[in-house]
Write a protein that binds this ligand. Structure first.
Ligand code: FMN
Ligand code: EPS
Length: 398
């Protein structure tokens, strides 16, 4: 059964829903495994007031019993604390005060860079709130909930996912050659989820300055996955390649505009000898049998399959599109030039984006893992994986 997930919920509606199907039975799972990830997504210097209103926590509605998954669809509910302030505005029933498809806090001065204008035209709406409520990255809470469960499955087969911020608003963070063993323990200790304390101080100043100017900032996070076996994904078809699947997942995150695997764009500037990773016999057993790469410029994929090396993806996020010093636009109610609506907003959300990117990577990789090893229960998946690893062990005569 393929692993799939879907989410539902408007940003200021009563709740978000996350539905994950295809998870094997017997995966140990507590609400806290998910809540910890939701709390990580809420962190980060530069976020707006909304994050102070919310304390995201899930309720399991199905699929989990006595601390283990059942193999049935797992549904989770996350209530929006802010809803109480929006009940009238988000009321599903028509209200007398509604006129011309508009109600209180309607949005017609559409924001450049958000989904307001394109969605309003495509869905033939007059209030861009009908669009922005769902385009909002509030939805990523439900993604992180599903991703948290995928992370637990991956952890049970020795795969770990972490991330750190490597760039913010024009300032690079130095990346250590050797990353900390527990990457997230180190990056989560920083208000920007970066490993470079000096750069962090300058980034914080930059965020404060942008806020004062009514401006916003973007940045880049690096996602690192360790413990993957060789051979997740496949070269055989365009849509089975793991790098392509990861790219799609990353680009589906609101405001993400670029993804690199390994050296990424830099590979285009170098020669073959400077790009490709030489292969050598490994002294012990690796996640690719008895071979390894001398370097990992490929970032853990070749031929659309995992190589057994670390998977390294960099994800670029544009600056937030709601500016407190608004950009020029058209008021769609009048057709006149106007300034875009300036709602409460984040100055930057790059640290949160890193956590969302981890979750999306977890889903793609858990899906590819189950595709290759199957299993209706976790022990069955583990047995199948171990049989494959044992076979890899036999492959190179030593
Ligand atoms: C964690 C996170 C928080 C965000 N916060 C805001 C915000 O406060 N204000 C805003 O205008 N956009 C915010 N965005 C970006 C918008 O959701 C995004 O730009 C919009 O959906 C349009 O999609 P696009 O940028 O991919 O074209 C956020 C994105 C993420 C990932
Ligand atoms: C609610 C979240 O992020 C929101 C994403 C978002 C947007 O336009 O994407 C706009 C802001 O929402 P609000 O208008 O309610 O302040 C952010 O706070 C969240 O990450 O949980």
């Amino acid at each position: 059964m393929p692993l799939r997930f879907t989410t539902a919920g408007e940003s200021h509606g009563p709740a978000l829903v996350s539905l994950l199907e295809g998870m094997p039975a017997g995966v140990p799972l507590l609400a806290d495994d998910v809540n910890t990830e939701l709390a990580r997504r809420q962190q980060g210097y530069g976020r707006g007031r909304r994050m102070q209103i919310e304390t995201d926590r899930i309720e399991f509605l199905s699929g989990v019993r006595a601390g283990e998954t059942l193999g049935s669809p797992i549904s989770m509910l996350v209530r929006n604390s802010d809803w109480k302030n929006w009940m009238e505005i988000m009321d599903p029933a028509p209200r007398e005060a509604d006129t011309d498809g508009l109600r209180k806090r309607h949005v017609t001065r559409v924001r450049p860079g958000h989904a307001d204008l394109t969605g309003l035209l495509k869905y033939d709406r007059s209030d861009a709130r009908d669009i922005l409520e769902r385009a909002s990255a509030r939805e990523t809470t439900a993604r992180v909930a599903a991703g948290a469960i995928c992370k637990v499955l991956l952890r049970e087969v020795g795969v770990r996912i972490g991330s750190h911020l490597v760039h913010l608003g024009g300032i690079d963070a130095a990346r250590p050659d050797v990353l900390p063993e527990d990457l997230n323990a180190a990056s989560d200790a920083s208000p920007l989820r970066t490993l470079d304390a000096q750069a962090e101080a300058r980034m914080i100043e930059r965020i404060d300055a942008a806020k004062k100017e009514g401006n916003t900032l973007g940045g880049i996070c690096e996602v690192v996955v360790t413990g993957l076996p060789v051979g997740l994904g496949s070269h055989v078809s365009w849509d089975t390649r793991i790098d392509g699947r990861l790219g799609q997942a990353m680009l589906s995150i609101p405001a993400v505009k670029g993804v690199e695997v390994g050296l990424g764009f830099e590979t285009a500037r170098r020669t073959g000898a400077e790009v490709h990773d030489e292969i050598e016999a490994a002294p012990g057993r690796t996640r690719a049998g008895h071979v390894r790469r001398r370097t990992n410029r490929a970032g853990g994929t070749e031929g659309g399959m995992t190589t057994g090396e670390e998977l390294v993806i960099r994800v670029a996020m544009k600056p937030i599109s709601t500016l407190m010093r608004p950009l020029g636009t058209v008021d769609m109610a009048t057709g006149q030039a106007a300034q875009a609506v300036a709602e409460r907003s984040d100055v930057t959300a790059v640290p949160a984006m890193g956590v969302i990117a981890e979750s999306m990577a977890a889903f793609v990789l858990a899906n590819a893992l189950l595709e290759k090893f199957g299993g209706d229960s976790l022990p069955e998946t583990q047995r199948n994986l171990n049989a494959y690893l044992a076979r890899l062990d036999e492959r190179v005569d030593r």
